[in-house]
Design a protein. Structure first.
Length: 278
């Protein structure tokens, strides 16, 4: 009898593959299994639900490393993706084991066959289709290198920026919420929050949500998408100041010119465009 995963995986008689799905983000965790019954593993209960996936391709082409996962739209997972997706990344880990092996050596029974994050969601009849990107795709993707630019290339409040976001935030209960517009009691100069973001706890799910700020005028903030679960007069919202990545803004607004990531004094005229010979 085989007593390890590889033995069962290569066996034509004993192989009984079963998969465990861990789908998680800051606001919730879902654990599913393809087994006919619920499975308990590492203290977690994996519910038996109709769930399936596409083929996992072992290829160096990152464009082919995506994976399609299908499950019933009536699961609680489907509720999270209705209208707008979560603000935080949703990760997926798929483990595989063989049913017989679980009774012999629980510590040897699982192997991670795929790990990544959800990048897109579609609804087809009674199914929700999750499009996942492998963790290796993001690792192998060629990143954008820094270039000379008049504007700052640092991410606001990031490590290279160095600005402490807590020092440029305002927390209040929203007075009103209409579509993508939030109104507060107090105000700031126009577009103080433009390019920044707001965060709040969704009153329906308890999940911490974030929304990008398009513009702000006094006590009014316009968001990129509607703030689901934000109740006027009840929900506390924290708004973080935005930045247009200009040299003057970095100096006057944030007093952070020492960390400015742009090159504001690049000559406008191309020195190779004109000749000194008359």
């Amino acid at each position: 009898m085989q007593n390890n995963y590889h033995g069962y995986e290569t066996s034509a008689e004993s192989g009984t593959p079963v998969e465990l799905y861990d789908i998680a983000f800051t606001g919730g965790v879902w654990t599913f299994t393809t087994d006919t019954e619920d499975v308990t593993f590492e203290g977690k209960v994996y519910k038996s639900v109709p769930i399936k996936r596409g083929e996992i391709e072992d290829t160096g082409d990152t464009t082919k490393a995506n994976l399609e996962i299908r499950t019933g739209r009536n699961t609680s997972l489907g509720d999270v993706f209705k209208v707008t997706p979560p603000s935080e990344p949703v990760t997926v880990t798929i483990r595989q084991y063989h049913a017989e092996l679980g009774f012999i050596a629980p510590d040897l029974m699982t192997v991670v066959v795929w790990k990544g994050r959800i990048t897109n969601v579609a609804w087809e009849n009674d199914e929700i289709v999750l499009i996942g990107e492998s963790i290796f795709s993001s690792l192998m993707r060629i990143g954008v290198t820094r270039k000379f630019s008049r504007s700052c290339s640092h991410a606001l409040y990031g490590k290279n920026c160095g600005v402490r976001k807590e020092e440029f935030s305002v927390t209040e209960v929203a007075r009103s919420v209409v579509g993508t517009v939030i109104t507060f009691k107090s105000g700031k100069p126009d577009n103080w929050f433009a390019g920044g973001y707001v965060q709040y706890k969704n009153s329906e799910t308890g999940v911490l949500e974030r929304r990008h700020v398009i513009e702000s005028t006094g006590s009014t903030i316009t968001l990129s998408i509607p703030p689901l679960g934000l109740v006027s007069g009840k929900t506390e919202v924290t708004a973080f100041a935005g930045c247009d990545h200009a040299h003057t803004t970095c100096k006057a607004k944030f007093n952070n010119i020492i960390n400015y990531g742009g090159q504001p004094f690049i000559p406008i005229q191309n020195p190779f465009q004109y000749s000194n010979i008359y």
